[in-house]
Write a protein that binds this ligand. Structure first.
Ligand code: 26V
Length: 833
């Protein structure tokens, strides 16, 4: 509560900073401070900030070693960090000092910040959530370490061809030196693949796994500073390298290719982030080598992380049975589930514990978060592949399954269907390991990421497990976002206005977000409302400038800004949005100029990447780009409707888009979006929400009140029945939804270029309509009309905007991480002392 000066441990003045900057320019970068370009100046500033982080990082780790509190380990294949410098300076409390310092040296801080490349080691919500949770752990002084992979290439860069096709380019984010990481070339582990596993004949259940390929894991540490505290936690990323440089025998025999082959195959493991999220289409179509490489990534990372965690624990000298009292391991989705059989392997084969002792430790150590109930996104691994790559782990998985099914049989005697449904192994050709089942039975607690989603986990995909293990194992932790990055950094003016208005010393509300409720008292203050609205306007202008400089396009800022930014996926229904835009365009076209002049002006923004092999998602991008091409050039309507697809969506682009939005769209088919997290970010920045009754939208509405959000569409319980109707009693679109039929016909007829191109996309709606666009289109259009009406009363709109921000306290990731720490991990806050 109390903000103490100097608590963060850094006491620097401007001249210290300029000295450090010049020193780094000369000695670290070998440049002259007066001869630096903006990029060099960014690097010098980053190195100066890093020195301060390092001091705190060292003290934090020393403090943890001394006090030896229980720690949590957040295992995530993705950390979507974005840029670091601005966040580091904010958290160190040195933003003002650095700004002044670089100014003295002739630079502008904003320009330097723009030079930093995003660390984009993630696909979307799941990876960005991990980044927010690290920020909150450090800010709340909770001993949490992240573990992930140091990919050479992050998520691909998205280019849009003149025809509107998504093209992918590599993201070589490490081509410049990365000031935010510390190579730990001395922290290494060996990880084995392939070989054979021989069970011992002594009846102990132990086995000996040998042969195959051994690869080294090397640690790279990323410092994670907390806001206004000394606590600086750690994110450890593993990079693969060959155990030996290359095969000298082959080399000497003149077989140079064979000599480096094994070295290349080791390096390949951490070379690239897989660009799929949700859709297994990519993996299903992927060549066997691609699948094998992803499995190797997962094992490489979990094995190295567990070895590291165990080594740290063993250094304390405690008996191995105490392990769960000192370590909680959170599985971010099923990707790290191999950690469960891996810990069993270590405890049984190396520590020589009995099966029951080992299982006791395992099931008290792991916690599993599910992030989707979409069937195509539930991970399964072919048994022959697991057997080939990890022969010992397959044995253990079969043993876990045997004991597990015996227990199920005991509780539900003779229920063969139930055993087949719950088995870790799905029958078929090939058989497959169901990773969600393994994660569930190997964990102490299982949670979903919003109330509705957690309920769906309990009643659909893990229903049998609830009946078997009892409901208390299955909880909910609604997601959250860090208000540091997603309000103070991206919308500094709004943050300052809030601080001034709440009259709170410094910005403590950034760590106690419920305090935002104090803004409710100011909704009737005209002067406050005007300032609030003026900031939104300046954020729109900032976005317009960004579009002007990056794309050379002129966005009008005297319009409502309507934004949908997220991965492209059929379930997220960007298609519904673009068809709605076409409907609006057709309506405007049919009006007289006098009628049109009474309409709202609106600018619609889309951004998002499609998985490279997700054909329908890519076709949606193509349609958006071509609709934009046509309507932005139409003199009749362009004053009233503009449309932009902004390429290469990223954390940094989100930081410009979100503060500028009046309304944002979160319009998934009910029951499909587990939570959503950008919905929280938009609302935090005073943007209103247009959405379906899904994911965290529901809890946002509970907080802000239903009259401050725009809801439409069918509810989750209706979805199953509607799909049944589509399959068995289809009604022609012309009859069911004439407005939509008209839109589809215009696309087919070529209003936006060759209609034939879009047939496969349109057919997903005409045939089957799995995501229920024909069911929700009319209510969607009605909701858009309500948004227009509400926007016409600008004063009331601004009040809604203020009320929305005021009620976002619940959605801080501080609240979420404290829930994990208290209810699941049993951790205590451990400030540096
Ligand atoms: C699944 C698969 C399936 C096979 C191909 C590769 C792959 C990669 C990732 C996934 C899991 C995706 C789950 C996910 O990202 N869920 C999102 O999690 C967010 C944070 O909880 C949440 O806000 C989003 O609603 C949810 O879709």
């Amino acid at each position: 509560e109390v903000w103490k000066a100097g608590m963060r441990g850094v006491d620097k003045d401007v001249s210290d900073i300029t000295k450090s900057f010049v020193n780094h320019a000369q000695t670290s970068l070998a440049r002259q401070a007066y001869n630096l370009d903006d990029f060099g100046a960014y690097e010098a500033a980053a190195l100066a900030a890093r020195d301060d982080l390092l001091v705190n990082w060292n003290e934090t780790q020393l403090n943890y070693t001394r006090k030896n509190p229980k720690r949590a380990y957040y295992l995530s294949l993705e950390f979507l960090m974005g840029r670091t410098l601005d966040n580091a300076l904010l958290n160190l409390g040195l933003k003002g000092e650095f700004e002044e310092g670089v100014k003295k040296l002739g630079f502008n801080m904003e320009d330097l910040l723009e030079k930093e490349r995003d660390a984009a080691l993630g696909n979307g919500g799941l990876g960005r959530l991990a980044a927010c949770y690290l920020d909150s752990s450090a800010s709340q002084e909770i001993p949490v370490w992240g573990y992930g992979l140091r990919y050479q290439y992050g998520i691909f860069q998205q280019l849009i061809s003149p025809e509107g096709n998504q093209l992918e380019a590599p993201d070589p984010w490490l081509e410049h030196q990365n000031p935010w990481e510390l190579p730990r070339l001395d922290v290494t582990y060996e990880v084995r693949f392939y070989g054979h596993a021989e069970r011992s004949s002594d009846g102990s259940g132990r086995a000996n796994w040998s042969g195959g390929q051994e690869v080294m894991a090397v640690a790279y540490d990323v410092m994670i500073p907390g806001y206004n505290t000394k606590t600086t936690n750690n994110l450890r990323l593993w990079q693969s390298k060959p155990k030996r440089g290359f095969d000298l025998n082959s080399f000497n025999a003149g077989n140079y290719e064979a000599a480096v082959e094994s070295s290349n195959s080791a390096a390949a493991i951490t070379s690239v982030l897989y660009p799929n999220d949700h859709t297994s289409t990519d993996l299903a179509n992927e060549a066997t080598v691609g699948k094998e490489l992803r499995l190797k990534q997962q094992y490489f990372w979990t094995a190295a992380s567990l070895a590291d965690i165990l080594r740290r624990f063993k250094n304390t000298g405690k008996p191995i049975t105490d392990f769960p009292d000192y370590a909680a391991i959170q599985l971010n989705d099923t990707h790290p589930t191999l950690a469960i059989p891996e810990l069993m392997r270590i405890l049984i084969d190396e520590e020589e514990l009995s099966w029951n002792q080992a299982w006791q430790i395992v099931t008290n150590t792991f916690f599993y978060t599910n992030h989707t109930v979409l069937p195509e996104a539930l991970e399964k691994w072919a048994v022959p592949l697991v057997e080939h790559v990890l022969p010992r782990h397959l044995q253990i998985i079969y043993d876990i399954n045997m004991y597990f099914l015996q227990a199920v049989e005991k509780k539900f005697p003779g229920d063969r269907d139930r055993l087949a449904r719950m088995s870790l192994i799905e029958e078929g050709y090939p058989k497959q390991v169901r990773m969600a089942h393994l994660a569930c039975i190997g964990s102490r607690k299982v949670n979903g990421v919003a109330e509705l989603h957690s309920e769906l986990v309990r009643t659909t995909i893990l229903k049998d497990f609830v009946e078997f293990e009892g409901v208390s194992k299955f909880g909910n932790v609604t997601n959250g976002v860090t208000p540091r990055r997603w309000l103070d950094q991206c919308n500094h003016e709004l943050s300052d206005l809030i601080t001034k208005t709440l009259k709170i010393e410094k910005k403590v509300w950034l760590k106690d977000l419920a305090k935002l409720e104090g803004l409710l008292a100011f909704t009737e203050d005209k002067n406050f409302r005007e300032q609030w609205a003026a900031i939104k306007q300046r954020n729109k202008e900032r976005l317009a400038r960004h579009v002007q400089t990056t794309l050379g396009l002129t966005v009008r800022t005297d319009a409502m800004f309507d934004v949908q930014i997220k991965r492209l996926h059929e379930y997220k229904r960007q298609t519904l949005n673009i068809l709605g835009v076409i409907h609006r365009y057709l309506t405007l076209k049919s009006m007289t100029p006098a009628e049109r002049s009474k309409c709202n002006r609106k600018v619609v923004f889309f951004a998002g990447k499609a998985a490279p092999a997700y054909y329908i998602a890519k076709l949606t991008i193509r349609l958006i780009v071509n609709v934009a091409r046509v309507i932005n050039a139409d003199a009749d309507t362009k004053d009233f409707l503009q449309l932009y697809f902004l390429p290469d969506y990223s954390v940094s682009l989100a930081e410009v888009l979100i503060p500028a939005s009046d309304i944002s769209q979160h319009i998934s088919t009910a029951g499909t979006e587990a939570s959503g997290t950008s919905n929280m970010k938009f609302c935090l920045n005073g943007g209103l929400l247009l959405g379906t009754v899904d994911g965290a939208n529901i809890e946002i509405a509970e907080e802000v009140g239903e009259n401050n959000v725009f809801f439409f569409g069918h509810l989750t319980p209706a979805v199953e029945d509607l799909r049944y109707q589509h399959a068995y009693h289809p009604v022609p679109i012309e009859q069911k939804c004439p407005a939509l039929a008209k839109v589809l016909n215009e696309v087919s007829a070529g209003m936006f270029g060759d209609g034939g191109v879009y047939e496969p996309l349109l057919n997903t709606i005409r045939q089957g309509d799995y995501y229920l666009l024909t069911d929700d289109f009319d209510s969607y259009i009605a909701a858009l009309a309500m948004v227009d009406d509400a926007y016409l009363d600008r004063d009331e709109w601004i009040k809604k905007s203020i009320r929305t921000t005021a009620k976002m306290g619940k959605f801080s990731s501080d609240r979420a991480i404290l829930e994990y720490a208290e209810s699941y991990w049993n951790l205590e806050q451990t400030p540096v002392s």
